[in-house]
Design a binder for this molecule. Structure first.
Ligand code: MEV
Length: 310
């Protein structure tokens, strides 16, 4: 059997992170410039499956049975297995990725989607995107506790989404191309920890957090219109407003604020942290002609700057 591969992109949340967990709308876009690739081969002559993480040209191998229940690979593979209800023959899975881990760009959901798609080919079980998305969501629950489902959705369908829990997902038809620059704060945080932080902070100050969530929900609604009509100025202003809300929630950091300021000083329409926060990446929207310059300015403070367009 030849090696079978599947890939999945990263994502950026343009509006509404955290509030989306509490039922408010949010908007996310796929970031195809970064990808996870999962390649499956039969592990001939062995009874066990092996996962090989390729990092900077080095191989890191793990036996599936040795991994803990909440390990990302273990959880997604067991969720997949639950879905198909028959044994998976021993495999050798190689993972290569350009999506930074614990950085707000959807690396766990992208691994899940790529692994599910690769495994479904490996066992010869066709799955549509809705099925892939559902399994990826179950795996996200094991990873993050109370995810909204936006990450697995935008990554599975590879389309810009307007997302609200328990409502039909809407794919956004963007009126104009979006030129984005993403910059790494070089700080890391686990989504689960930041979700726990927000939940605890909310218990102490429910009024304040509810007000912020309502404000973010309104920003996402306005942003939907601005994205559909292609009003860059309005999208940019809303990104800044959203960043301030996230700052007030306590999930920004000095470095993220500095990157937002740098992007704005360099001429971005707007910028904000993206994803769970307390580190990770910020995203800036810019004019095509300014994208290179803004990226250069951000590189003065960030080890990883990604230019992308939608
Ligand atoms: C993480 O990318 C976005 C959060 O809103 C969590 C979630 O929606 O699952 C922080």
């Amino acid at each position: 059997m030849p090696a079978l591969s599947a890939s999945a992109p990263g994502k950026s949340i343009l509006f509404g992170e955290h509030a989306v967990v509490y039922g408010f709308p949010a908007i996310a876009v796929p970031v195809k410039a970064i990808q996870v690739k999962a390649t499956f081969q039969p592990n001939i002559g062995s009874q066990t499956s092996v996962i090989c993480l390729m990092e900077k040209g080095k191989k890191n191998e793990f036996t599936l049975t040795d991994l803990k229940q909440d390990n990302l690979f273990k959880s997604v593979i067991s969720q997949f297995q639950k879905g198909i209800q028959y044994p998976i023959p021993p495999f050798y899975l190689t993972i290569t990725s350009t999506i930074p881990i614990a950085a707000g760009l959807g690396s766990s959901a992208a691994v899940s989607v790529a692994v599910i798609r690769g495994l479904s080919q490996f066992v010869g079980k066709k799955m549509n995107s809705d099925q892939v998305n559902e399994i990826a969501f179950q795996s996200e629950i094991i990873q993050h506790g109370t995810p909204s489902g936006i990450d697995n959705s935008v990554i599975t369908y590879e389309k810009s989404v307007f997302f609200q829990k328990n409502k039909p997902m809407e794919f956004l038809d963007l009126h104009k191309e979006l030129f984005l620059v993403l910059a790494d704060s070089d700080e890391r945080s686990l989504t689960k920890d930041v979700l726990d932080f927000v939940r605890e902070a909310m218990k102490d100050n429910p009024k304040n957090y509810n007000r912020i969530f309502q404000e973010i929900g309104k920003i996402s609604l306005d942003a939907k219109d601005a994205l559909i009509t292609g009003n860059y100025y309005s999208i940019g202003n809303l990104m800044i407003e959203n960043h301030h809300c996230l700052k007030n929630m306590g999930v920004s950091s000095l470095k993220l604020d500095q990157l937002v300021q740098t992007a704005m000083d360099a001429g971005a329409f707007g910028a904000k942290l993206c994803g769970a926060g307390k580190g990770g990446f910020m995203v800036a929207l810019c004019e095509r002609s300014k994208q290179k310059y803004i990226a250069e300015q951000l590189r003065l403070f960030s080890s990883n700057v990604i230019e992308t367009r939608l």
